[in-house]
Design a protein around this ligand. Structure first.
Ligand code: CP
Ligand code: NVA
Length: 310
């Protein structure tokens, strides 16, 4: 296991399994009312440059439930906003904290943080990736489908940060992933090529959401305009209008299809109200599992559970 979680392509299959196993164990123990103390005396810093509801609160709650402490600071309130170099900030924060979750725009900035930090740095979303989201999403898939092997997973919509983390996961775990995206908003070619070259999974791209959805076991969507792309919203609504996850699309899928969305959702855009609130939706379980997976991630990284190398 590496020191940091910056992207899922850096993990191996054993790392994924280690996170899944511990997350399921911690979820079970939480439901049984067992009080954890594995991170007593430890402190997680959260430095966020973009808004967050679930990721922030689930990481903060995760620390509390493991007996540790979380400290949130908006990046705009730090000296970085007054041009203190990242390498100086990273080294100073490493003297106070035991782990650092960062939500920011640039993956390079995150990587620089990790390079100069002696503590674990966790990607809590960048423009390029959202690895912890997809780790907890896979936990939800395993929960509902009793595993991930042999499933047809379909991404519908923007080739964005979350889709890139799905592509990485598909590469490492050997998933069957089909991404239906408009030609103008395909996933990053370099990320896709690297994942295909490195991995054993089947990763396909199409611009036909109905063909993609045929016999799907999992249909996943996300906003059409991610954070930082809001000025393109009007244009994107036009381009993406045939990429809505709605009841017509679900007719193509397996009868047992589950529908996933990382949230926040825009009803009537990437997903219809009927599907979001309907029987195929596992979206609230998916949101809950962020808590359990974040607990596993923090425990494993901060208390060095299962660390084999760095
Ligand atoms: N899914 C997710 O990352 O949600 P937030 O932006 O609310 O953290
Ligand atoms: N793709 C979305 C995910 C939000 C959790 C964004 O980056 O805004």
């Amino acid at each position: 296991m590496k020191k940091d979680i910056l992207t899922l392509i850096d993990l191996n299959k054993e790392d994924f399994e280690c996170f899944f196993n511990r997350a399921f164990e911690l979820k079970k123990r939480h439901k049984q009312g067992i009080v954890e103390t594995s991170l007593a005396g430890k402190t997680l810093g959260l430095v966020f440059d973009k808004p967050s509801t679930r990721t922030r609160l689930s990481f903060e709650t995760a620390m509390a439930q493991l007996g540790g402490t979380a400290i949130f600071i908006a990046a705009s309130d730090t000296q970085m906003a007054r041009n203190e170099p990242v390498k100086d900030t990273a080294r100073a924060l490493s003297r106070y904290l035991d782990g650092l979750a960062i939500r920011t725009f640039s993956q390079d900035l995150l990587a620089e943080f990790a390079k100069y930090s002696s503590i674990s740095v966790i990607n809590a979303l960048t423009d390029l990736y959202h690895p912890c989201q997809v780790l907890s999403d896979l936990m939800t898939v395993i929960e509902f489908k009793k595993g991930y092997k042999g499933l047809k997973m379909v991404w519908v919509g923007d080739g964005n940060n979350v889709s890139h983390s799905w592509i990485n996961a598909a590469s490492v775990l050997g998933l069957n992933l089909v991404l239906a995206c408009p030609q103008e908003y395909l996933p990053d070619r370099a990320i896709l090529d690297a994942a295909i070259e490195k991995g054993s999974g089947s990763i396909e791209i199409t611009s036909d959401p109905f063909a993609a959805a045929a016999h799907a076991d999992v249909i996943y969507t996300d906003v059409w305009a991610s954070m930082g792309k809001e000025s393109e919203s009007v244009l994107r609504k036009q381009v993406f209008k045939s990429f809505q996850v709605n009841q017509d699309l679900l007719k193509e899928a397996s009868k047992e299809v589950i529908v996933m969305h990382c949230l926040p959702a825009h009803r009537g855009e990437e997903i219809s109200e009927a599907v979001l609130e309907g029987p195929c939706s596992v979206i609230w379980e998916q949101a809950e599992n962020k808590l359990h997976m974040h607990k596993a991630i923090l425990e494993i990284l901060i208390s060095n559970r299962s660390m084999t190398n760095s």
